[in-house]
Design a protein around this ligand. Sequence first.
Ligand code: AMP
Ligand code: MG
Length: 422
Amino acid sequence: MSDRLPGYEEAAGLVAQFAEGVRAAVPPTERVALASAAGRVLAQPICADRDQPPFARSTRDGFACRAGEVSTHAWLPVAGAIRAGEAPAGPLPPEAVWEIMTGAPVPAGADAVAMIEHVKLIGGKIRFLPPRKLSERENVVAQGAQARKGDLLISIGARLGSAQIAVAAECGYAVLDVFVRPRVAILTTGDELVAVDATPGPGQIRNSNAPMLAALVAAEGGEPWILPTAADSATSLDDALADAAKADLILLSGGVSAGKFDLVEPALERLGARFHFTGVRIQPGKPMVFGELPADQSRAKAGVRARCFLGLPGNPVSSYVTFLLFGAPVLLALTGSLEPRPRFGVARVVDQTQVHGKSGLTRFLPAFWKPGAADGQIAEVALVPWQGSGDLAALARSNCFLVIPEDAESLKPGTIARILLQ
Ligand code: AMP
Ligand code: MG
């Protein structure tokens, strides 16, 4: 049976292809204040509103001067002073220097700044201390050296982190056009689930997937919409799915295995779903399903965009891994972001014990990576001991997943392996 399931690469290819289609449709935009733009995706380019820096700027406290003149080590008079925030001054007379502070405009005629630490100042004259020489442009950033007025600094599709927000501020953008966050329905299923603030009865467990998936969705730029948990019954699932179908992306958790009460697939079928795959040769996460709901006028009118769903296995670590592998690429496309997902890296396996691969399944095992011991050394990765795909505490101690290829019998210590970054 598992032979007919796609392998990881094939399934990832199907998801990537779908995500490309999603990217072709530009998301709606809204205007937000710069102060609340962190994490949003830019829907307008950010351009320099003036040269950066806007004037030749001193990067040091010291004396603006002509490099050739001070390098003779002659005593030169201080002709004036300028501090940050003052209008450009000067011109600098011949054979003189101008006291200057970091961030101030360099006076016309000066071509360098001698650092205060490198001069002797006596009675209004300075001497640049031998044997030091000063070069032209030293400690000066020329007007427009970083950007020219009108230059494109940040493109549409960039995620606004702290650096991008600083650039926007530098260029005078008090408000920004960003893409509207896609709404992601989170529909957990299972008769055994109770809310986090409830005391579980015999056989019951708390619903940890709903808050976990909501946090993952929010971190990737989506707007999580947690629906009431659906019971393992056809009517409960039908009702819940009718609601969830109003979202841009539906994440279901649980009910996709082969058990008697795994009723999610039939419920999706009743809605006319088209499945791109109904399982992947991976571990954890093998039973996961991915597909689309049929085009529906009322949904289109309501502005629903992708009409796609991912049915994630209920085991928490399986849900987590399958979201990273298959949910994140679709979600990122919906946000309008150009960032690639999933994110993989490489690291050297340092485990003393061998990692036993499972023939026919690509495995993603909770692991911890850290930088190489010395400069230029590759990162190191070690497995986190775990008790299987329900072991949330092990997941919480990990910061990546070690990827064991389907055909690998083992990964010996020293092997350079792929890691899935969290
Ligand atoms: P299922 O995929 O529905 O067969 O569930 C597989 C395992 O994951 C079972 O042990 C469930 O109790 C558990 N599980 C399912 N949904 C959740 C959830 N929302 N939070 C925590 N555990 C869950
Ligand atoms: Mg279940």
